[in-house]
Design a binder for this molecule. Structure first.
Ligand SMILES: *Cc1c(COP(=O)(O)O)cnc(C)c1O
Length: 400
């Protein structure tokens, strides 16, 4: 019999299943909102990154529909050949103005933005200083550049400085890159201190603000605005797929750099432009964000309330400083069971374990949004209390 070429896949899948690491992908049957239909059940949604509730916004949907009539369904070309439509340029101008930076480049996704932005700036003679907990798309973007990657301890500017001093003299130039808001813990990178150190040594600076876009800074202008680093910070990566509720990535910052990326970034040169419908919906999102800061306020009010009430119940919400709330449980099997029990109580919140987070630090991750009402949050809190008591995470007789 012929050799089984695919045996390695069967074996690996069995291993994943044996270690509870196999991903069961649920199916959504409704738009992303406070409530969603998931695998046929109506549940309270704590899983999507729809921070401002824009994913199903009527004005954005109208803008997308109108764009289809005016511009068609696809640009049928890469940006650098024939794919750049007026809509793309308008969005780039509006994003740059919104974020108070010189220029912005709109690409296909946040993941793609990291593949686009890093390689043109550093190559095999250079060194990248990267936070230990950086997102996979930064890690892959860094690998693509062929630069040496030196990891510094999580959110630790002192360690970053030690690593820069040790390594930079052996290379042509350096780039420091960090997540803005870390997606599994909800903590914020100390961008002011990191920037100060990078500037001291002449190291380029890049932040991936996927979870800070629409969340941090005045009216959701992002982490560079939050720390007031306009004009100093080099490159800010963002996504339009989370708070903006649509899809796409943005590379924002100094005009010299952004213009250079238009010449060099491979996903810009070799992968087709984002569709008119998506681009128009993103433009409508910028309109909404510029018109009112009310959604951003509501997001933070909800996050504050939820965290306070969880602490009152006796849950450990880790080091969260943002609407991302990890509910620390420790054991991976316990976290999975907790998530299943929540779902049985009509609450959708996923368990996250190794290798996404370190062993022994498994958790449930709750994404707060502006779409949730106080009533929704109270319902969610009640479910957490019920399941917490049932699984022995909370003491039954605790006085609250
Ligand atoms: C989600 C995320 C991305 C990917 O963004 P997409 O627009 O979904 O591709 C990139 N970086 C970080 C830090 C993220 O959290």
């Amino acid at each position: 019999m012929a050799q089984d070429k695919l045996a390695f896949i069967r074996e690996d899948v069995e291993q994943l299943k044996a270690n509870s690491l196999f991903i069961n992908i649920r199916t959504m049957d409704s738009p992303a909102g406070a409530w969603m239909t998931v695998d046929g059940r109506r549940v309270l949604n704590f899983c999507t990154n729809n921070y401002l509730g824009l994913a199903d916004d009527p004005r954005m949907k109208e803008a997308a529909k109108a764009a289809v009539d005016r511009w068609g369904v696809g640009p049928a070309a890469v940006r650098s050949i024939a794919g750049t439509q007026g809509l793309h340029l308008e969005l780039e101008r509006r994003l740059a103005a919104f974020k108070r930076v010189e220029d912005a480049l709109y690409v296909q996704s946040g993941f793609c933005a990291n593949q686009a932005a890093i390689a043109p700036l550093v190559g095999k003679e250079d060194v990248i200083f990267s936070d230990r907990l950086n997102h996979a798309s930064i890690i892959d973007g860094a690998r693509l550049s062929s630069a040496k990657i030196v990891v510094y301890e999580h959110c630790d500017p002192a360690d970053a400085e030690v690593k820069i001093r040790e390594n930079l003299p052996n290379f042509r130039r350096g780039l420091l890159v960090t997540d803005g808001v870390f997606s599994m813990d909800g903590d914020i990178a100390p961008l002011d201190k990191l920037t100060e150190i990078a500037e001291k040594y002449g190291v380029l600076t890049m932040v991936d603000d996927a979870h800070g876009e629409g969340v941090l800074g005045q009216g959701g202008r992002g982490i560079v605005d939050h720390f007031g680093l306009h004009g100093v910070f080099d490159v800010e990566i963002g996504t339009l797929s989370k708070a903006f509720g649509v899809v796409g990535g943005v590379i924002a910052g100094k005009k010299l750099i952004v213009d250079y990326l238009r010449q060099k970034a491979r996903p810009f040169l070799f992968s087709s432009a984002v569709t008119p419908a998506d681009t128009a919906a993103c433009l409508a999102a910028v309109d909404l964000l510029e018109e009112s800061e009310e959604r951003v306020q509501r997001l933070w009010d909800n996050a504050r309330y939820f965290k306070e009430e969880m602490a009152r119940l006796g849950f450990d919400t880790g080091r969260s400083q943002t609407p991302i709330v990890p509910v620390m449980l420790g054991d991976a099997a316990l976290a999975k069971e907790f998530s299943r029990e929540l779902f049985a109580n009509a609450v959708f919140a996923v368990a996250i374990g190794f290798p996404t987070v370190p062993r022994g630090l498994a958790r449930i991750r709750v994404m707060n949004t502006a779409a949730h009402s106080r009533e929704d949050l109270d319902l969610g809190l009640a479910a957490f209390e019920t399941v917490g008591k049932k699984l022995g995470v909370l003491k039954i007789n605790r006085v609250t």
